[in-house]
Design a protein around this ligand. Sequence first.
Ligand code: NAD
Ligand code: TYD
Length: 345
Amino acid sequence: MNIVVTGGAGFIGSNFVYYLLKKRPYDRIICYDCLTYAGNYETVMPALAKPNFRFIKGDITDREQVAKLFRTEEPDVVVNFAAESHVDRSIANPDVFLKTNIIGTSVLMDACRDFGIVRYHQVSTDEVYGDLPLDRPDLFFTEMTPLHTSSPYSASKASADLLVMAYHRTYGLPATISRCSNNYGPYHFPEKLIPLMIVKALAGEKLPVYGDGKNVRDWLYVEDHCAAIDLILEKGRIGEVYNIGGHNERANIDVVKTILRALGKGEELIDFVPDRLGHDRRYAIDPAKISEELGWLPETKFDEGISRTIQWYLDNRDWWENILSGEYKKAYEKAAKGKLAYSTL
Ligand code: NAD
Ligand code: TYD
């Protein structure tokens, strides 16, 4: 099978690429990514050594580029991770979120209709459900929870989900959607809570905690997310939505303190800063559907996952230091000039 992974140079997409290369050595994996600030060519460079992997620099909102991708690579499956993904950036500038997350999704699906595919999978988020109150720990998001978005990011993701369902119903597009809780793990861009706090703590800088720090997120180790998507591709029912999450709820302040403890740093580094606008209080997923129908369960407990993640950031300083210095942005250019091994360009 030819599997196109859009956004495969970002955090979850790259983990998915490596997951597929291990799990499906006989499939061809094509990473299609336009390398925004969040895309990192250095992340996928080791994969270029594999004969069944290809990187193509391209934009999901560009119809001509997408048509060329489909003509040359003939995908059987498209898994769409490509998105603008940071809530704070969506508050500062919603525009590009609407373009990438909504228009990009429709451009990809139009190409799927024109060329024909076996499966289109949309990677979505639990943020489409809005938030839950802190004083009702008995409440969880199910697939039946109404869409009720808070940020321009979540609104753009919910819009894309609605388009996917519409393309399925109207055109018979063989689509599935997964809505996952907050991921953490290797290759996470250091603007999101966990990697940002690790990097700042290592530098001895202040750790900015929004509001009272009591907001709760349901953390899922990224490899568990990859396994769930792979299972949906194999056994998921067309036209269905699957929630992915693992009852790993933690208040932000507790996550930050765990990181500080693990790195031997003091809590005086914590800096409570003004709250994010429209800040969602609590996310919590009920994964009963994917567990009962497909047999998926998260394997990594938070304590184990966070230790592994912190260790990864300690072992891969070059990766994130190149991001902080901006050096990572030059990697693709260098490869295009043939200066690096394994370039497939
Ligand atoms: P990310 O920001 O780390 O990566 C996004 C990738 O998409 C980057 O490589 C970027 O270059 C690429 N991209 C952006 N615009 C593009 C375009 N127009 N054309 C082609 N490529 C483009 O994001 P992530 O955290 O890996 O999230 C991946 C997906 O998973 C997103 O759809 C996000 O909404 C969803 N999601 C993320 C989380 C999370 O905790 N990070 C949780 C649930 C769902
Ligand atoms: P984030 O990693 O941006 O993910 P999301 O907003 O999609 O859940 O943020 C996770 C939580 O951490 C969220 O409640 C906001 C909070 N946060 C901080 O307190 N400080 C920060 O510097 C960041 C980036 C996030």
